[in-house]
Design a protein around this ligand. Structure first.
Ligand code: ATP
Ligand code: MG
Ligand code: MG
Ligand code: MG
Length: 573
């Protein structure tokens, strides 16, 4: 590839709505362009990386017996009604009508369609097992699309579906996919962990999530460094309360946090007694710094079903007083005031006062229901549409005994990039997808489903691999493996010739190479490729050429190395 004929468009500054580093760097590197909330154009560099992800996924799926097909984006409502998901999926399912008023869903996933395919195609146990997959656009009307490709509304997923005659077969298919995922994430060159997960709304029994490890990840992973135990926080917490952990109970409306240096600390100490199906709770945090009172507003997302009894305490004028009974824990804290970590980070005592419960998180966060959510001082309405911090409050903490008795637990953060499910017969029974077994009797198909967030991988890879200059792609995902930077190609015939020769050699050696023939100044040229994250760079200049050398620098290297011209291609290979 020649840079002059490719499209490169870098930015010095990231747009202000890009909160996490991967989103910032993807925007700066010109990989994606925002069209609407959670909707992006994949620009040429971004698309090139997506295609590399897809190629690895496709290769490993095919090697593992997966058979590729392609299911439609637009799916008739009737199929979704058969499984009950038309209602269950709620607002995340994008629904559309055609000119006749018939309803359709834009696929967020494709269990219904594949089950429909299979119920008409599969007659006998002799046709099993089968594993169909596709790599297809998805749409999920996410409550909070954010972080660029990480939580988009439109995104690309590889989703696979296995069909077996019995439970043992389904478990074998599941294992094959689990192993394929392990190979896929290894090939990406990313640090990852597979953890046991709850099945959630999709139903069925047994599932694992694959997470790319990154401190900025949305999920907390619980694992035991001295054994195989690993689960996501929800699955870990579903276990009986750990005997080594005292059931913490803090006073109701007032929590003192002297010397709190981090928001986590405050959060850890909040154990609010609660009730009713309360999902969110707004809190006022008052801080005193140098004798000055400052108020910060938070909302809390609570776990579990709790019953709200009575209402007490309200420091903000005009608020109903709330009181809560029975214990509940705070799962997440959303800070709505930019920079709110500041006051909490002071040594001043923090007083937390429970203010108000909100029945519906979506209304609250999106400000869809304006009435009542505007508080003078802090505006809880539309200004809060994008809370800028989410904190996990954990039930399971570091140092707890591992449930397998093989050591103590550690916690790290991850980004969910893959998910494998044992579905069993949930879908096949609902949709009457049966086959004839050895005795000629109809039996429901045993299913599994397996997703990989193709576009999310890009964000996750960057969250794990970047520095102050930009992205550092693992070789297998890099948009280009090698960039050639000729110094003054237009002035020096020697440089031009050497660069063109090296370019031809690299292409012949099967290296994904780009030659930067845009005529940029060296500083600009280097900055672009460091930002874009190409793993290998070779500079071709008159000075080096006089000694028969080129300058090689790996993206993680601090200095360039002189490499003889004739050895460069072998050096990179
Ligand atoms: P999350 O917990 O992040 O919302 P999920 O559990 O809803 O993800 P699955 O239904 O398991 O997602 O889908 C399979 C994979 O698709 C996920 O593991 C993730 O990698 C990817 N994915 C899901 N939602 C999104 C999204 N909004 N944007 C990008 N990728 C996504
Ligand atoms: Mg989701
Ligand atoms: Mg999930
Ligand atoms: Mg999932």
């Amino acid at each position: 590839m020649r840079a002059s004929r490719f499209f490169i468009s870098t930015l010095k500054e990231a747009p202000s709505d890009a909160e996490v580093v991967s989103h910032q760097l993807m925007m700066r590197a010109g990989m994606i362009k925002r069209l609407g909330s959670g909707i992006y154009t994949y620009m040429p560099i971004g698309l090139k990386i997506i295609r590399k992800v897809e190629a690895i996924v496709r290769e490993e799926m095919n090697q593992s017996g997966g058979i590729e097909l392609l299911m439609p984006l637009i799916q008739p409502a009737e199929l979704w009604q058969e499984t009950g998901r038309w209602d269950k999926m709620g607002a995340e399912l994008l629904r559309i009508k055609d000119r006749h008023g018939r309803e359709f869903a834009f696929q967020p996933t494709a269990e219904e369609v594949i089950t429909d395919v299979v119920r008409s195609e599969i007659k006998s146990y002799r046709q099993l097992p089968l594993n169909f997959y596709h790599i297809q656009t998805k749409f999920r009307d996410e409550r909070r699309p954010r972080f660029g490709l990480m939580r988009g509304r439109e995104f690309t997923m590889k989703d696979a579906y296995s069909f077996d005659r019995d439970l043992a077969g389904m478990q074998a298919s599941y294992k094959i996919m689990y192993d394929a995922y392990t190979r896929i994430f290894n090939r990406f060159g990313l640090k990852f962990r597979a953890v046991a997960a709850d099945n959630g709304a999709i139903g069925g029994s047994g599932s694992h999530e694959f997470h790319v490890i990154a401190s900025t990840g949305e999920d907390a992973l619980v694992y035991c460094p001295t054994s195989d135990y690993a689960a996501n926080m929800e699955a870990a917490e579903a276990l009986p309360v750990n005997a080594t952990r005292p059931a913490a109970a803090q006073p109701l409306s007032k929590v003192e946090t002297p010397n709190a240096t981090k928001c986590e600390l405050v959060a850890e100490q909040l154990k609010l007694p609660l009730a009713q199906t309360v999902k969110t709770l707004a809190l006022t945090v008052e801080t005193e710094t140098d004798g000055k009172l400052a108020k910060q507003y938070f909302m809390l997302l609570l776990r579990g079903d709790h019953e709200l009894n009575e209402v007490k305490v309200g420091k903000v004028p005009g608020l109903a007083a709330h009181r809560f009974s029975t214990e509940a824990e705070i799962l997440e804290v959303y800070g709505c005031v930019p920079g709110y970590l500041g006051p909490i980070g002071t040594k001043a005592p923090v007083t937390v006062v429970a203010d108000r419960t909100v029945a519906n998180m979506a209304d609250f966060v999106c400000g869809a229901n304006d009435a009542g959510y505007h508080y003078t001082g802090a505006n809880w309405g539309r200004d809060c549409a994008e809370p800028d911090l989410v904190l996990d409050l954990r039930n399971v903490v570091e140092g707890d005994a591992s449930p397998d008795g093989q050591g103590v637990l550690a916690i790290e953060r991850g980004i969910e990039v893959g998910h494998v499910f044992q579905l069993g017969t949930a879908y096949s029974e609902a949709m009457k997808a049966t086959f004839l077994d050895e005795n000629g009797k109809p039996a429901p198909l045993q299913m599994g489903c397996y997703g990989i967030g193709v576009t999310r991988i890009l964000g996750a890879a960057i969250e794990q691999n970047f520095d102050d200059k930009g992205i550092i792609w693992p070789a297998s995902l890099a948009p280009f493996e090698l960039v050639l930077c000729p110094m003054g190609m237009d002035r020096s015939e020697a440089v031009k010739q050497a660069a063109e020769q090296l370019y031809a050699d690299a292409v012949a050696a099967g290296i994904d190479v780009i030659i930067d023939d845009r005529g940029q100044r060296p500083g600009q040229m280097f900055a672009d490729w460091e930002l874009i994250g190409v793993p290998h760079r070779v500079v071709i200049g008159d000075r080096g050429l006089k000694e028969g050398n080129l300058e090689y620098q790996g993206r993680r290297d601090t200095e360039a190395t002189a490499v003889p011209v004739a050895e460069v291609v072998a050096f990179i290979k």
